[in-house]
Design a protein around this ligand. Structure first.
Ligand SMILES: *Cc1c(COP(=O)(O)O)cnc(C)c1O
Length: 647
């Protein structure tokens, strides 16, 4: 039946081919590879010897009744990322003989989940790694979890008086919050709060740099950005702080270029500019001592190492080297002590550690098998049959003939549609005409499989013929940035990689939204609209992984169509090999997502109970069935919002 299945020569296909095809060797480097069974393995500590077979893991989780979709969080990866970030700065510091230290902070907004923040604080203690808060709520998380007196707590975001007062008081319980001035008005608020409380917070100032970043978040800086103080504003703030006797608390200069800096040249310019401002602040009498380069350290999502939006043209080490070397140069030239360097790298710390795995519920594509002829057929169907025949006879080099035949096919299909509208042909004949048109398209794309100069419209046929894979997720919940800002993540099957993929497809999610699709895939610096996939084997799971989604996706995810969070599982490598599940965080039940919209499950249940009672009275529902119905509702309220796997 299925004419899309290309004849594949599996003997020649190896896991190496899969690695190249999906770019795993480029973006997965330290953490992901493929074993000889064709399954993806995770090496959470960045060493190939200690690895977990993802397929095996998924099967074992399934036996614990933890079914896909699942969010797997590898805390060892989180720890390893922290280690790599600190190592990169340590090695730059010793390479350039920098006379200061690096003391990073984790921006909580990247992933505020308690287990994640706790893990970062615990693992980061050896470097006195701190936290960054961008709102009052995040400040509460940071204050309660950061109990290392040497770690920094950077307070960003707009601040009212209470925010400032909380920070002042927290200093007295041994925390080190630095209140970063983001707006001119905050200067007066700080001065006021200090007067009232009789003590002061540590103060930082955020500069609006003129160096322009490009890319998605580029407008976080520049003259029009909504954050930070311009140079005249900075001078005014310094004067005010000085008059209020608070200049001695000004210890930090901050800037933030926007997330995912693609091009290192932009960072260098910004560093030079910030370096000069730092020196000026020093000259004006502020003690300073800290320079915070903000976030923006990028992730190479497609592994292309280019200055494109899904990539970066620098490595972690390049980044650290540039920060250290540029600031050192600046300070040396001006005979000023170098500052403690701070970065607020969120994406770079959390992207790798979480991995979304979802199952495929089924596939669909246009019917394109040739319908058997039956008796006398209408003219357009006859014509389409002839066109199909001629298509199979032309050689693949006969591009113009092939194109002409396709134009004919489209014309005959139009004829059939017109005839149907006028009542000359019936539904069966119309269906035949459509199916034959797709059969022509299939014949054509099979001919055009080689790399040739294929006209654009013929190329589009591939997309039209592609398979839709129905994914048991909501992208609005689990991959919101793919929809909101067309972000690319590596997406690929986690098994069957020793097998040549024989389909091209994209993914449709569970929501009733035509935007609920994953149809943009990494392609080594480019983007492709279809992904190579396998045909589904009956009775077998087909599991797809979305990688590098640990930053921002969970928190930006929304309840569109009331799909709640998936189960998330924290996994650590065990001492004796193998793994242990540190935390299992149950995904939202239907009762929970209903409650989020003010629908109480008790009410839902009660209304349906009343409705079924009256149906019993009317005799349209048997008592047994009424009970079964209520049982269904009760169970359903307790269960996940996702589809239950059939296997
Ligand atoms: C968002 C943000 C960050 C984190 O940026 P990443 O690109 O994730 O490292 C850091 N600092 C500030 C001020 C931010 O707004």
């Amino acid at each position: 039946m299925d004419h899309t299945k290309q004849t594949t020569n599996n003997d020649n296909w190896t896991v190496k081919d899969s690695e190249l095809l999906y770019g795993l060797d480029r973006w997965g480097k330290e953490y992901f590879s493929i074993n000889e069974k064709g399954n993806i393995t995770v090496s959470p500590k960045g060493k190939k010897e200690e690895s977990l077979d993802l397929m095996l893991l998924m099967k074992e989780l399934k036996s614990r009744n933890l079914k896909s979709p699942l969010l797997l969080r590898f805390d060892d990866i989180l720890e390893d990322r922290l280690e790599k970030l600190n190592q990169a700065f340590d090695s730059a510091i010793s390479h350039y003989n920098y006379k200061g230290i690096y003391k990073g902070v984790y921006p909580i907004k990247c992933n505020q989940q308690r287990h994640v923040v706790e893990e970062i604080v615990a693992c980061g203690r050896k470097w006195h790694f701190g936290l960054e808060a961008g709102s009052k709520a995040e400040l509460l998380i940071a204050l309660s979890l950061l109990n290392d007196p040497e770690a920094l707590l950077i307070c960003n975001g707009y601040k009212d008086k209470r925010y400032i007062e909380t920070a002042i008081l927290a200093r007295q319980i041994g925390r080190q919050p630095i209140v970063v001035i983001e707006q001119s008005e905050e200067v007066d608020r700080i001065i006021q709060a200090c007067k009232e409380l009789g003590s002061a917070p540590l103060i930082g100032i955020r500069a609006k740099l003129s160096s322009q970043s490009n890319g998605r978040w580029g407008n976080s800086i520049g003259d029009k950005s909504k954050f930070g103080l311009s140079i005249p504003e900075i001078l005014k703030a310094v004067e005010k702080l000085n008059n209020a006797g608070l200049l001695q608390e000004l210890i930090l200069l901050h800037f933030h270029l926007g997330s995912q800096i693609n091009n290192i040249a932009i960072l260098k310019n910004a560093l030079q500019e910030a370096g000069q401002i730092y020196i000026e602040l020093n000259r004006l009498g502020a003690p300073m001592g800290h320079l915070d380069v903000g976030g923006g350290l990028g992730i190479d999502y497609d592994g292309s190492q280019t200055a494109t939006s899904a990539s970066t043209n620098y490595s972690l080490q390049n980044y650290a080297n540039d920060v250290v070397a540029t600031i050192q140069e600046c300070c040396q030239a001006n005979h000023i002590n170098v500052p403690t360097l701070i970065s607020e790298s969120g994406r770079a710390i959390t992207s790798h550690f979480s991995l979304l795995i979802f199952n495929i519920l089924g596939t669909s594509s246009v019917l394109r098998d040739v319908p058997p002829a039956k008796g006398k057929e209408c003219l357009s169907v006859q014509n389409l049959r002839e066109t199909l025949l001629s298509l199979s006879q032309y050689s693949e080099n006969d591009l113009s003939k092939l194109q002409e035949a396709w134009n004919d096919a489209l014309k005959f299909k139009e004829d059939a549609l017109a005839a149907f509208r006028l009542g000359y042909i019936d539904l069966v004949e119309r269906a035949m005409a459509e199916q034959l048109t797709w059969a022509c398209a299939q014949a054509l794309t099979t001919k055009l499989s080689k790399d040739q100069l294929i006209p654009k419209e013929l190329r589009a046929l591939k997309t039209a013929l592609a398979e839709t894979y129905y994914a048991n997720i909501s992208i609005f919940r689990s991959a919101p940035d793919t929809w909101a800002i067309e972000q690319l993540f590596p997406i690929m099957p986690i098994h069957r990689l020793q097998e040549k993929p024989n389909k091209l497809g994209d993914f449709a999610d569970l929501t009733c939204d035509s935007d609920g699709k994953l149809s943009k895939f990494i392609d080594n610096g480019k983007v492709k609209s279809l992904l190579e996939l396998h045909s589904i084997n009956t009775g077998e799971d087909y599991w797809i992984g979305m990688f590098l989604g640990g930053a921002y996706q969970e928190v930006l995810g929304n309840l569109h169509n009331l799909f709640g969070t998936t189960n998330s599982i924290h996994i650590r490598l065990a001492e004796n090999g193998g793994y242990k599940l540190d935390h299992v965080i149950r995904g939202n039940s239907k009762a929970e997502v209903l409650r989020a919209m003010e629908h109480e499950s008790e009410q839902v249940l009660e209304r349906l109970r009343i409705a079924s009672e009256s149906a019993i009275q009317k005799g349209t529902l048997k008592i047994n069935d009424a009970q079964r119905f209520i049982d269904h509702i009760e169970t359903s309220l307790r269960q996940s919002t996702y589809l239950q796997e059939k296997n």
